[in-house]
Design a protein around this ligand. Structure first.
Ligand SMILES: Cc1cc2nc3c(=O)[nH]c(=O)nc-3n(C[C@H](O)[C@H](O)[C@H](O)COP(=O)(O)O)c2cc1C
Length: 214
């Protein structure tokens, strides 16, 4: 039975990103996979501490992260993964700091410092991305988001050898009640419409993504 994991890089356990990931895992589960959703916000961990233990020739941590914090158990869990979905809200035009810290620790140890940037990944499996954001789909180009997120896809291709599928979930509903917040840029009625009409379609796309991965 395949094991498909999803990582939630939002501090919100029931926000847009978590909801989309839950649908992806539902698709994977219905295709017969065992699934688990890992909320980074539940864990105590840092980004890469630049200790380079993962690069010491013949060292005990060569090719793996030596930092002992809550990510260690996650990396142990991911050792038997057959697929992984990384979900993040867009924060200041990039992945959240939780997701960046996770990716530093997850990707850097398996990059060999040779000219070819050889991958030290033992078991290769598909990795997909989910990005949720305020920006409407038609404005993504103006903000250069696809190019910026392309760097993460580049590392997946380099290390895992496959093109990362990416789902963009745009114009998300950020507040339950927009009237309580100072956010005149957003039209609450429009946000509600998108949430009622587009967001369920995005969740369906996530379901299909998870199913295909399994
Ligand atoms: C600190 C912070 C920074 C944000 N920056 C952006 C941004 O640069 N672009 C964008 O489209 N949305 C931005 N957003 C909105 C979130 O990406 C969006 O609401 C997302 O769907 C939230 O996901 P969640 O519900 O899973 O937390 C930001 C939100 C926060 C809290």
């Amino acid at each position: 039975m395949k094991k498909i994991y999803a990582i939630n890089g939002s501090p919100r356990r029931s926000g847009n990103t978590a909801t989309v990931l839950e649908h992806a895992l539902k698709g994977a589960a219905e295709a017969g996979a065992t699934t688990a959703l890992i909320h980074l916000a539940d864990l105590r961990f840092s980004g890469c501490v630049s200790c380079f233990a993962c690069k010491v020739k013949g060292g005990p941590s060569y090719g793996r992260c030596a930092v002992r914090d809550d990510l260690r158990a996650v990396f142990d869990q991911l050792a038997d993964a057959d697929g992984l979905i990384l979900g993040t809200p867009v924060y200041l035009g990039g992945e959240s700091s939780l997701m960046r810290a996770f990716m530093e620790r997850f990707f850097f140890p398996v990059i060999r410092y040779d000219a070819e940037r050889t991958s030290l990944v033992n078991k290769k499996y598909p990795i997909s991305f989910v990005y949720t954001m305020n920006v409407p789909r038609e404005q993504m180009g103006a903000f250069g988001y696809e190019e910026r997120f392309g760097m993460s896809r580049f590392f997946v291709k380099m290390l895992y050898g496959s093109e990362a599928k990416t789902l963009y979930v745009c114009d998300t509903k950020q507040f339950q009640d927009y009237s309580k917040y100072d956010a005149p840029r957003f039209d609450p009625a429009h946000k509600e419409d998108v949430h009622r009409q587009q967001f369920p379609k995005d969740c369906q796309d996530a379901y299909a993504m998870g199913k295909a991965m399994a």
